[in-house]
Ligand binder design. Structure first.
Ligand code: AMP
Length: 325
C-alpha cells in the first residue's frame, strides 16, 4: 500500500476514520460498504487538491476499497494496514425524517490502538484536516507537524463530544476552523440557541465555526460575519452518510487549492462543500462521490449559484416598503 510521494505533494493532509459502514435508510440498506470520515473527506477533496490520508484499516479491508481511494489520486502512503478488523459503524435513518439517524454500533477495532507516525512529507502539509476520530489522535497528529499549517480544521461527533470532552476541548483550542452539526454545536457549547452556541465555540479558539445543517445547508460563522449556504433541494436521497465529511472535503479542498481564507473565500468554499455533500447523498457509500466528472461538478455548482442568486429591485430601486419613519 506504500506509495512514494515527493515532498511537494500532500498539500492537504487528512487524518480520520476509514471504515466499514452498515446503514439502513428509507431507500434500502448496505452492509460493510466503504465509509469513514477521512474516506469521504479525501475523495471529495481530491477533485480540488492534492490530498493525503492518514488512517488505519484491518486485514479485512478489501483491495477494491483501496483502489477506490487510489483511483481518485488520494495519497495512501499514510494508510496503515494492521492485524485485526477495520473500524465498523452502523446506523439507521428515520423513515419520517432522513436527517435523523441513530447510531446502532461503533466498533473502533484497529483504531483502538492506532498511533500514527507521520512521514516527513506529511509533517510539512500546509493544510490539515482532523476528521472525525478520537481527539487524542487528532492532537497527536497536530503535535507532529513541523510547522503550524496555514489552516488546521477539525471535525468531531457526539460520540467524542460525550466520551472525550476534555481531550476534544484541548484540540478545539488549537484549530482555526471547527465543523460541527447542529446538535453537536449545541451540546459542545451547552447552549440551545445556534448563533450563541457558535459564538461560544469561537470563544474557545477557532476563528471559524461551520455548522452543518444536513438538508438545510450550512452556516459559516467567521469572526463577526455569518454566511448561510443552502443545501441543494434534492428529490431523491439514498443515503445521507458522509454528507458532512464530503462537505468538509469540498470546503477544505477549495481552500487548499486557492489559499483563500478571506470571508469571500470561505463563502465560496462553503458553496463547493454543499455541491459535494449533495452528490454523496444521491447514492450509498461513496458510489456517486467517487465517480464524478468535471461537467457534473461544474453544472451542480452553477445550480447552486442560481439557487442563491438575488438581483436588486428593478433599476436598483430601494426596498418597496410602506411609509416608515
Ligand atoms: P457524517 O455522515 O458525515 O457525519 O459521517 C459519517 C461517517 O463517520 C461514517 O462513514 C462513519 O464511518 C464515520 N464515523 C461514525 N462514527 C464515528 C466515530 N465515532 N469516529 C470516527 N468516525 C466515525
Amino acid at each position: 500500500m506504500e506509495r512514494d510521494i515527493g515532498i511537494e505533494t500532500g498539500r492537504l493532509l487528512a487524518v480520520g476514520s476509514v471504515a466499514f459502514d452498515s446503514v439502513e435508510t428509507p431507500a434500502g440498506s448496505r452492509q460493510k460498504a466503504l465509509g469513514g470520515s477521512a474516506a469521504y473527506f479525501s475523495i471529495a477533496a481530491s477533485y480540488l487538491a492534492d490530498v493525503s490520508l492518514v488512517g488505519i484499516v484491518g486485514q479485512d479491508f478489501g483491495d477494491a476499497h483501496v483502489e477506490t481511494l487510489r483511483s481518485r489520486g488520494v495519497d495512501l502512503s499514510g494508510l496503515e494496514r494492521a492485524d485485526g478488523e477495520t473500524f465498523h459503524w452502523s446506523g439507521v435513518y428515520s423513515t419520517e425524517d432522513v436527517n435523523q439517524r441513530e447510531t446502532l454500533d461503533t466498533r473502533l477495532n484497529v483504531f483502538a490502538d492506532f498511533r500514527p507516525v507521520l512521514s516527513e512529507a506529511h509533517r510539512r502539509s500546509e493544510y490539515l484536516f482532523l476528521a472525525n476520530i478520537d481527539p487524542e489522535l487528532q492532537l497527536d497528529v497536530l503535535r507532529q507537524m513541523r510547522e503550524r499549517p496555514k489552516v488546521v480544521a477539525l471535525d468531531s461527533m457526539n460520540f467524542w463530544i460525550e466520551g472525550k470532552r476534555a481531550e476534544l476541548d484541548r484540540v478545539v483550542r488549537e484549530v482555526d476552523m471547527f465543523f460541527v452539526d447542529e446538535g453537536e454545536a449545541r451540546s459542545c457549547a451547552g447552549e440551545a440557541n445556534l448563533a450563541r452556541a457558535a459564538r461560544r465555540i469561537q470563544a474557545m479558539g477557532p476563528r471559524v465555526v461551520v455548522v452543518k445543517r444536513g438538508e438545510h445547508g450550512a452556516t459559516v460563522f467567521d469572526g463577526d460575519e455569518v454566511f448561510a449556504a443552502p443545501a441543494l433541494p434534492l428529490e431523491s436521497v439514498a443515503d445521507p452518510t458522509g454528507a458532512g465529511d464530503s462537505f468538509a472535503g469540498g470546503f477544505m479542498g477549495a481552500i487548499a487549492s486557492t489559499g483563500d481564507v478571506s470571508n469571500d473565500g470561505l463563502r465560496r468554499a462553503a458553496a463547493v462543500g454543499c455541491v459535494f455533500g449533495s452528490f454523496t447523498v444521491e447514492d450509498f457509500s461513496v458510489d456517486r462521490l467517487s465517480s464524478l466528472t468535471r461537467e457534473e461538478i461544474e453544472a451542480r455548482f452553477q445550480e447552486f449559484t442560481e439557487l442563491t442568486r438575488l438581483e436588486p429591485f428593478e433599476g436598483g430601486a430601494a426596498l418597496p416598503l410602506t411609509e416608515l419613519t
